[in-house]
Design a protein around this ligand. Structure first.
Ligand SMILES: *Cc1c(COP(=O)(O)O)cnc(C)c1O
Length: 384
């Protein structure tokens, strides 16, 4: 039986093999493994692509979040870390790293419920929390989940009126837009991940901080190399978190395909939307008019407790699907006693029970997309 996986990195490699091998060979020739020329080149390319002044390559998306938060603690408070009294508002419906970074920067995450239409932080609920407890809050981290923008106008307006910073978690949304702006270029900083499965993925870990703020840029550059401009006389509690030259070279080779691949993701999403729209028991992803969704994931909701059965049915037909995320952050052990919760988070809980992500990788064959859609239709027909 033919297997359709969520992601076939081997196929992607075959597609751009020559570009990647030339890029790696260049590194083998120059042997500048740490902060080699490719790191700067990639930082320049992504900065231009996003329309920001500075990009700083780091070792992962998680480190991008930790380092930009630390830079803000130094800039705004003159302290190395935030304190537990400093709260940072974010969504509980995200990958662990978002909340984990807040803890590692010394602050307390405040989990606010999501908007059921987008799975993203509910800007109205966030504002409600801020109206009541705004004095304790230092910033907001909206996550552009699955590749779709949060309601950034509202979030920026709320943040500005309470004098808060915004760090965008753009790990899943490189290339996505809010109106005419690239995601990651709107908040004080945008944090990207080059984890292999992301829309632009390396052959290992990697990340990037984007910002227009010179001080955040300069502090982030220090923090990624021990914490100083001079590594033999260091000022801050830093990390060793550089983007590898080799990863930067591979990412530069793959970067050429980013827009083409994001367009293909959108096309696949459109096929799914057309094929699946008549099925009552599923809810299709809803693209917001102000957002250009880049479908890091194509995620449906399966109603009436049928998700696991559908997942199983697809598996029996050789089709993979995934649940992102089965457990909201507020339910994880690590956040117990270390977070605050606003409201009952009922939409988050519901989403965690209903979501199912289908294969949407750019090189997925047309007939595979058709087969997946057909299998889902068969499931609901048989089920009736
Ligand atoms: C992948 C991801 C991260 C972390 O990136 P890494 O490169 O894996 O450290 C952070 N936030 C979100 C939403 C992610 O999907």
């Amino acid at each position: 039986m033919k297997q359709i996986s969520m992601l076939d990195l081997r196929r992607e490699y075959e597609y751009m093999k020559d570009d990647i091998e030339v890029a790696i060979r260049k590194c083998l020739d120059h042997q500048q493994w740490i902060m080699g020329p490719e790191v700067k080149e990639l930082e320049g390319k992504i900065a231009e692509y996003l329309g920001v002044k500075y990009c700083i390559g780091v070792a992962s998306g998680t480190d991008a979040l930790v380092i930009s938060l630390r830079a803000l603690a130094i800039k705004l408070k003159g302290e190395e870390y935030f304190s537990k009294e400093d709260e940072i508002v974010t969504t509980p419906f995200t990958f662990t790293a978002t909340g984990d970074a807040i803890l590692r920067a010394g602050a307390t995450p405040v989990f606010v419920d999501i908007d059921p239409r987008t799975f993203n932080l509910d800007a109205i609920a966030a504002e409600e929390y801020l109206r009541r407890y705004g004095k304790k809050v230092a910033g907001i981290i909206p996550v552009h989940l699955y590749g779709q923008a949060c309601a950034l106008d509202k979030i920026m307006e709320t943040a500005n009126s309470h004098h808060l910073f915004v760090i965008e978690d753009v790990a899943q949304a490189l290339g996505g837009m809010w109106k005419d702006k690239k995601l990651g270029s709107i908040g004080a900083a945008g944090c990207f991940s080059f984890f292999p499965s992301k829309n632009l993925g390396g052959f290992g870990d990697g990340g990037m901080i984007a910002t227009n703020d010179e001080e955040i840029a300069s502090l982030s550059r220090m923090l990624r190399v021990h914490g100083g401009k001079d590594k033999y006389n260091v000022e801050h509690v830093g990390y060793k978190s550089r983007l590898d030259t080799l990863q930067a070279a591979i990412l530069l080779a793959k970067y050429k395909y980013l827009d083409e691949f994001n367009t293909r993701r959108r096309e696949i999403a459109k096929v799914y939307n057309n094929e699946l729209k008549g099925i009552e028991e599923i809810v299709l992803p809803e693209e917001q008019p102000s957002a250009c969704h880049v479908y890091h994931q194509y995620t449906i909701r399966v109603k009436n407790g049928k998700r696991e059965k559908l997942k199983q049915f697809l598996q029996e037909k050789g089709i993979s699907s995934m649940v992102y995320y089965p457990l909201p952050l507020n339910k994880m052990k690590v956040f117990q006693g270390r977070c605050r919760i606003h409201g009952d988070l009922s939409e988050t809980e519901k989403a965690a029970e209903e979501v199912l992500s289908l294969p949407v990788e750019p090189l997925l064959a047309h007939e595979d997309v058709a087969a997946i859609a057909q299998a889902i239709k068969d499931f609901f027909k048989k089920d009736k």
